[in-house]
Ligand binder design. Structure first.
Ligand SMILES: *Cc1c(COP(=O)(O)O)cnc(C)c1O
Length: 384
């Protein structure tokens, strides 16, 4: 879906310091041009095909279907290079940067998954890569720090604030302003100022296109995806927005409804500004962004893409949630029944289907399996 100058209804926009406006306009202009450029699009397709491993299959989940009394299909983004859908976007943005003549890429990462996907795309395309990461996150995510370094990226430790994602974003934005001539900032989800939400959605739309092509005229009744920032959900949903397929986004319910113990931005959040975008956020009564929690690092974000805020308000997408224990249950269930270890993020989408099987009886259900769960063995062991 195209935004109206960066707005989806009242959400979106570009709420950034003056100094960032010219560079965002430059990125928006390049994106508009390259979207129409057949060379750019064929190079992007080639990268998805020969490097990332697209198209991804759709697997009929026999055991899970039997258990739930509905027909469950899985869109296998877990089979992509680097283990999740994130590579679609990082390849797209790094290729865009290259076409813009930029030689240096920066990104910020929390759990490290976006950092690894960015580092891999940069290595493939011959771009210099620097990743900002909170000091605390670097300690918690050692293996991903090592992966990024092995892929040739420099990982810069951010010691300010709590040493987590929010602080790393601030550093990346500062760097972007100071080095616009040479640098492109790769944001990892459909969040941030215009044109990022629309641009990331464009690079992720292949997920839904492949799914729609697979089902042809016999569409699923329901499509389910987890939401952190919202890119895998937008990626699959956008191909079904013009149909009457019911679309379910699943937020991280965490430990409880208590402040700081969940990441239910749509369910429990308010309108506010985060990372340059007017959207739904988890904030206190003074508008300060609250801490969030989820067992899955990729859903642990106090905001959501502005298009989701709009899709919620318009009623087109239903936003549910699944808590940590239901996600861990789904993680084990899919592993046992289907021989697939899902990412803890994706386990939220599976968990929602398990929880709502009565409502889904007899339906054809498509779940976006956004990533693989090998990375999550330690978190699950700790949880249990
Ligand atoms: C990062 C991540 C997510 C959450 O990001 P979205 O932008 O909401 O898709 C979901 N699943 C996996 C496997 C991830 O790595």
């Amino acid at each position: 879906m195209q935004s109206n100058n960066g707005f989806f209804g009242k959400y979106g926009g570009s709420f950034v310091p003056e100094t960032l406006i010219p560079v965002l306009e430059q990125v928006a202009f390049a994106f508009e041009e390259l979207k129409k450029d057949s060379l750019f699009n064929s190079q992007f397709e080639e990268l998805l095909l020969r490097f990332a491993g697209r198209p991804t299959p759709i697997t009929y989940a026999e055991g899970l279907s039997e258990e739930c009394g509905c027909d469950i299909y899985l869109k296998r983004e877990d089979l992509l290079h680097t283990g999740a859908h994130k590579i679609n976007n990082t390849l797209g943005q790094c290729l865009l940067a290259k076409h813009m003549g930029k030689k240096r890429i920066i990104a910020e990462t929390g759990a490290g998954q976006h950092g690894v996907a960015t580092a891999a795309a940069c290595a493939k395309l011959g771009l210099k890569c620097e990743i900002y990461m909170g000091k605390l996150d670097m300690e918690r995510q050692r293996p991903n720090v090592e992966r990024m370094r092995l892929l040739g990226a420099e990982v810069i430790s951010v010691n300010e604030g709590a040493g987590t994602l929010k602080d790393a974003v601030n550093f990346a934005l500062r760097d972007f302003v100071a080095n616009v001539e040479t640098t492109h900032y790769v944001i990892g989800s459909v969040v941030g100022p215009h044109p990022y939400p629309e641009m990331v959605a464009y690079f992720q739309k292949v997920i839904g296109e492949e799914a729609r092509d697979f089902f042809k005229n016999d569409l699923p009744d329901t499509v389910v995806a987890c939401v952190g920032g919202g890119s895998n959900a937008i990626g699959i949903f956008q191909a079904f927005l013009d149909t009457d397929v019911s679309l379910i986004a699943v937020e991280a319910g965490g430990k409880s409804d208590k402040m700081g113990e969940h990441a239910r931005t749509i369910g429990l959040g308010d309108d506010g500004i985060l990372h340059g975008s007017f959207t739904k956020v988890l904030s206190d009564k003074y508008g300060q962004i609250l801490p969030v929690h989820s067992i899955s690092a990729g859903l642990d974000y106090p905001g959501i893409g502005p298009q989701h805020a709009f899709l919620f308000e318009s009623g087109r997408v239903f936003y549910g949630y699944v808590n940590d224990s239901q996600a861990v249950y789904a993680f084990k269930k899919l592993s046992e029944k289907e021989g697939i270890i899902p990412a803890l993020e994706s386990s939220h989408a599976i968990g929602w289907v398990l929880e709502n099987k009565d409502k889904l009886a007899g339906q054809k259900v498509l779940i976006n399996l956004s990533g693989r769960g090998d990375k999550d063995m330690e978190s699950v062991r700790e949880y249990l």
